[in-house]
Design a protein around this ligand. Sequence first.
Ligand SMILES: Nc1ncnc2c1ncn2[C@@H]1O[C@H](COP(=O)(O)OP(=O)(O)OP(=O)(O)O)[C@@H](O)[C@H]1O
Ligand SMILES: [Mg+2]
Length: 312
Amino acid sequence: MLEVTGLAKSYGERVALHDVAFLAAAGSTIGLLGPNGAGTSTAVSIIAGLLRPDRGSVRIHGQTIDSDTSPAKRLVGFVPQDLALYEELSARQNLRVFGALYGLRGAALASRAAAALELARLGDRAEDPVESFSGGMKRRLNIAAALLHEPMLLLLDEPTVGIDPQSRNAIFDTLAELKARGLTLVYTTHYMEEAERLCDRIVIIDHGRVLADDTLAGLYARLPVSGVLNVYLAAGADSAALDGVLRSLTAIRSLHWRAGGLSAGLTDLATGTSQLLGALQAAGVTIRHLEAERPTLESVFLELTGRSLRDA
Ligand SMILES: Nc1ncnc2c1ncn2[C@@H]1O[C@H](COP(=O)(O)OP(=O)(O)OP(=O)(O)O)[C@@H](O)[C@H]1O
Ligand SMILES: [Mg+2]
């Protein structure tokens, strides 16, 4: 559905994109992840046809966007990072304005606007002026506006920044529904948990370059540990005696002792857990409690870039 090749873009001296390439198969959801300034907004603005790249190309459904009137542009819906709404108009009036820009009118426009309002869970506030909306409701209306012309590819640039959990969930529900209908979604976010929840593939961008392009499972497989096991031991366990034994286990990558127990980084969760528990049992140590922690995308990102995603 979307084929991005060799995108480069500079703003004067500042290089925003060096060489960005990725694919989005029809019906898939792709997450674009990067710290502030990584170039994700520049990339989606180019895909939306709002910005011209210095080099590289974007093909949508096999067609290139090379002018403002390219037919491929109609296949794309774009939800910009900054809200673009008329505050004094109602939600429905806003959608009428945006629909008219796409050449919709009359009954077709009215029914598309009604459907988009329902999809964005704004049906009950349709006649209220946007200035009376919460930040989350404005974000949802922004998404509705991008859906009026029934695009096949929806680009969303940080659609959940600074909103309440209820609106965030409403947006997730909307996106899940769009996905179920077969839309291709490209989603930029700083939130790992969103990418984990929604995306089939994740493209990690930093300093205008793609650092990783993989499934969630593929990204996790790059981590040196597949999970961390926290073991809480009964009082009196001899950590000095156990330390050497546990470190010699093949599936234990790291070991850290702390008050009341230990944390072990495991190269494989199943093997590591059975080796660790077996060794503790053989040593006659009583286990009081166990918990497994899975590595997060945040840890993958740290591993790849050496910095954290949100406050880089
Ligand atoms: N209109 C512009 N003029 C000059 N520089 C720009 C312009 N837009 C973006 N940049 C620069 O290009 C780089 C990439 O910006 P971009 O907005 O694409 O990043 P981003 O990944 O979307 O960041 P954020 O997560 O903060 O939204 C940044 O260094 C930014 O300062
Ligand atoms: Mg941005």
